[in-house]
Each structure stands twice: as structure tokens, then as C-alpha cells.
Design a protein around this ligand. Structure first.
Ligand code: 5AD
Ligand code: SF4
Length: 461
């Protein structure tokens, strides 16, 4: 799935340094404990961090953003590429220094590195106090002084109830065995959550004021339960929530009717993230992806017909063992044909325990680097062209991130484009804006009329 930045996850509440949370959280008044959660990697981790955040707040910790203000630091980690581990090592080094200076008490390592064997080495090397994998995150509850919470803190637990936008996990784990990927090892086989449980969470969220629901899983479109498939679930969610999106998908599971549903349902954001990884059939086979490039192109054709203005993104790996110049050219060809709106391009990184780590024919780093740049240039060229077509249009935007110090907020169109604009509107509100200019990664707009634009109430627009 797509990777988010490694900056601290958005806080569910303002950091109050050394201030215990109020009685509303049902906590331990006056404890004065503080915790900092740092999230690396994908949206699954962002969601897991939200769940851990509820635990620490329930246990009477106030959340802070800086390590030096924290009694407890939780590093919720990613294991997908080697540099992710290197980054975490860097953070651990800093934490250990702070602990030696007496400015920090405890360090917990959670997430995908926690589930990998390497965590034992890190635990010993850095004296980590608690190591948790992705399946036993609930054990954090006991560590922070809450009663054992296996029952309460299961994957069923809502992440950010009451927030303007929330992730809802519909699948955990993955049943594929892509040559390069550690996910099946650290997150296990796919488990599909029941429709009933998902819909009741969605209902609760919507009642609590959540305006945007993102269905989450490694391969959400593989969701199946009691004779129903992902499209049935998506349609049911789209009837309940005012705005719906999902990530991430696998091309082998993506049904045409899901693509048509994206295009036709008013409440579904017209965005598709469909990782292709390579445009070469030979590489797709070596990677065990289970489809050919032509089938992928056909799916994209359906998506473009269903949602012509929609946004399409993908993941591409360059430099997988055995990738030849011809394979790379095939990827560049696919990039041109699909004209992606954005992409996450990765240089292959060998992960212990994966098949690709044992394959011969490594690609030289300088070759990987050149291929990386070539793919990126292809993506950006097309994205810029497609974004430029939006200039001059008037769009209804959902404010995802409120204004920063420069007054710049980020909104999202119904077609899934990110728009930077100046507005005082809060996250979760809708505004109307004119698109003034475009870059390869975003659009830039200005508000129509008042901070709330001339928008009719939601549902009337
Ligand atoms: N090397 C490089 N990229 C990888 N990805 C997963 N594993 C690796 C690896 N070993 C990329 C894939 C996946 C995304 C989340 O990360 O493109 O879709
Ligand atoms: Fe990894 Fe492949 Fe599963 Fe995606 S589909 S999580 S790349 S094994």
C-alpha cells in the first residue's frame, strides 16, 4: 500500500505538555505522564497508531510531539524497505541518548519491525522496553497500566471515532506472496472482517460526526464474506457515509463493477490506487503478481471510462533482481499508456526472508537510480498534463488539513485531486474553489466567495 511520510501522525487532540487529560477520557487525573507516538510507513500503521493513541490517552498520558517532552515514546514502524529500518535505528539512537540524559523513561517498538526477527537484535542493542508485533498491539494497554485489553483493543476497535475523517479496517494481512514483500510474513494471512461489524462501525462514526470514511487493508478488493464481495461492501458503505474512499487494491481482485461503482456513486471519491509494480510480463511473473500488463491496462481503461476525471495512482518497483533494460522499457511504456495521476516509485530493497532476497541477478545501484528517475519523470510529465486540464475549473473541496502557519490548507476534490489553498475552514468542512494553477503533484486554488464559498449545505450541491 502507499507510503505516508514519517512525520508525526496528526494528533487527535492538541498536545498539552505535562497536563493530564480531563475527566472526559475517564483517566487518571494528575498523573502528568506524557507519550509521543511516531508513525512510519503505510496507512495501516497510521490506523494502528490511532488505536494505540486511544490506549495511552485512556491510561492518563497526554500526547506530545517531541521526544524530549515524552515519558514514553512509541515507534510504530515499517519494515517494507531496508531504509525504513535504518531510519528507525537513527531514531532509536536519539532516544537512547535522551534516556541516558534522564529526559525519557521508556521506549516501545511496535508495528512491522516489531513483528520481524530483527526486533530482537534491536531490543538488545538499544535496550527497548517493549516490543510488539502487529497482532498483539493490544498488549500496550497493560504496559501503560490499563487492565488487559485483548477484548477491547482488537482490530474491531474504531480508530478515530468522532474525528472528521476515519479509517475503517476491513481486511488484515495478505494472501499473496509477492517475491519482494514482507507483509505476508509480518501481518499474516488475510482476515476479512464481517460486513455487519464494518457497517456498525461506519454507522457509529457517521453518527459521531465523521464525514469521510476510508476502507483500509493490504488488498481491500480481495474482501469476501458470506457470498458477498468487496463491491457489495463498498456500495453498502457508500449508502451510509457522506464520503468514502479505499486503499489499497490488487489488480487481480479488482472487478469492473467496482470501477463502475466508483464512477457512478456520488459519495465515492473518484480515486483508484492500483499498484502495478512493473509493466513487464516477465517481471510480473517473477514477482508472482498473478496478472499480465495487458490485463492491468484493460482495468485502467474501464476505470477511465467509468470516471474520466478521476485520479489513478500506482506503486512501481524498479531494479527488482533480474530486471533487464527491456523490462524497464516495458514499465516506461505502461506508464505512458496509463497516464497515472501520481505514483509511488520504489527502488528494490532486499528484505530478509523474501524470495527476491535470494534471487541472483542484482541490478547495479546506479542502474536502479537511473531507472527510478526515468519512471518518475514519466509519471510526473503525465500527471502535470492531467493536472493542467483542471485549471479554471470550480471544484467542491473537502478540507483534509487545516491551514498551516502560512494559512495554506489542503483540500480534496471529488476526483481525488489534492488542492492547496488559503482558507480558514476546518478539516472536514467543504469549500468551493477555483483552480488557478497546477503542478505535477498538486493543484493550487483560491476560494470562491466567503470562507465557506457559496456552497449549498451538503447533499444539495
Ligand atoms: N523493495 C521495494 N519496494 C517494495 N515495496 C514492497 N516491498 C518492497 C521491496 N522489498 C513497495 C511495493 C508496494 C509498496 C507498499 O512498497 O511497490 O506496493
Ligand atoms: Fe505485499 Fe503483494 Fe500482499 Fe501487496 S499483495 S501486501 S505487495 S504480498
Amino acid at each position: 500500500m502507499s507510503e505516508t511520510s514519517t512525520t508525526p501522525v496528526r494528533l487527535t487532540r492538541k498536545p498539552e505538555r505535562r497536563t493530564p487529560p480531563g475527566p472526559a477520557t475517564g483517566t487518571v487525573p494528575g498523573s502528568g505522564k506524557t507519550a509521543c507516538i511516531r508513525t512510519f510507513g503505510c496507512q495501516m500503521n497510521v490506523h494502528d497508531s490511532d488505536r494505540m493513541r486511544r490506549m495511552i490517552l485512556d491510561a492518563g498520558y497526554a500526547e506530545v510531539t517531541r521526544y524530549e517532552d515524552a515519558d514514553l515514546v512509541i515507534l510504530n514502524t515499517c519494515y517494507v524497505r531496508e531504509n525504513a529500518v535504518d531510519r528507525v535505528r537513527g531514531h532509536l539512537g536519539e532516544l537512547i541518548r535522551l534516556r541516558r540524559e534522564g529526559r525519557l523513561k521508556k521506549v516501545a517498538l511496535t508495528g512491522c519491525i516489531g513483528a520481524a526477527e530483527e526486533s530482537e537484535t534491536l531490543r538488545r542493542q538499544f535496550g527497548i522496553d517493549l516490543v510488539l508485533g502487529t497482532h498483539n498491539t493490544y498488549e500496550l494497554a497493560e504496559f501503560v497500566g490499563l487492565p488487559t485489553m485483548e477484548e477491547t483493543y482488537t482490530p474491531e476497535l474504531p480508530g478515530t471515532e468522532g474525528e472528521h475523517s476515519a479509517f475503517v479496517t476491513i481486511t488484515t494481512g495478505c494472501n499473496y506472496g509477492c517475491s519482494y514483500c514482507v507483509v505476508p510474513m509480518v501481518r499474516g494471512r488475510m482476515v476479512c472482517r464481517s460486513k455487519e461489524s464494518i457497517l456498525s462501525e461506519v454507522d457509529r462514526l457517521v453518527e459521531g460526526g465523521t464525514g469521510y470514511v476510508t476502507l483500509l487493508g493490504q488488498t481491500v478488493d480481495a474482501w469476501r464474506r458470506d457470498g458477498e464481495r468487496f463491491c457489495d461492501l463498498l456500495e453498502a458503505v457508500a449508502e451510509r457515509a457522506p464520503r468514502v474512499s479505499f486503499t489499497t487494491s490488487h489488480p487481480s481482485n479488482m472487478e469492473d463493477r467496482t470501477l463502475w461503482a466508483i464512477g457512478s456513486r456520488d459519495t465515492i471519491v473518484k480515486r483508484l490506487h492500483l499498484p502495478v509494480q512493473s509493466g513487464s510480463d516477465r517481471m510480473l511473473k517473477i514477482m508472482h503478481r498473478g496478472y499480465k500488463a495487458e490485463r492491468y491496462r484493460r482495468k485502467i481503461g474501464v476505470f477511465r471510462d467509468a470516471a474520466p476525471e478521476g485520479t489513478l495512482s500506482t506503486d512501481i518497483i524498479v531494479g527488482h533482481p533480474g530486471e533487464t533494460e527491456e523490462d524497464h522499457e516495458a514499465t516506461l511504456g505502461l506508464v505512458e499508456d496509463c497516464s497515472f495521476d501520481s505514483a509511488y516509485v520504489f527502488k528494490f530493497s532486499p528484505r530478509d526472508g523474501t524470495e527476491a532476497a535470494t534471487l541472483g541477478e542484482p541490478v547495479a545501484p546506479e542502474v536502479s537510480q537511473r531507472r527510478f528517475v526515468e519512471v518518475l519523470r514519466g509519471i510526473e510529465g503525465n500527471a502535470f498534463k492531467r493536472n493542467s486540464r483542471k485549471v479554471g475549473s470550480v471544484e467542491e473541496l473537502y478540507v483534509r488539513h487545516g491551514a498551516n502557519e502560512d494559512g495554506r490548507a489542503i483540500g480534496e476534490t471529488w476526483t481525488g485531486h489534492a488542492v492547496h489553498l488559503k482558507t480558514e475552514a476546518n478539516p472536514g468542512e467543504y469549500v468551493r474553489a477555483t483552480i488557478e494553477s497546477a503542478g505535477p503533484h498538486a493543484l493550487y486554488g483560491s476560494l470562491c466567495g466567503s470562507p465557506y464559498g457559496d456552497l449549498a449545505p451538503y447533499g444539495d450541491v
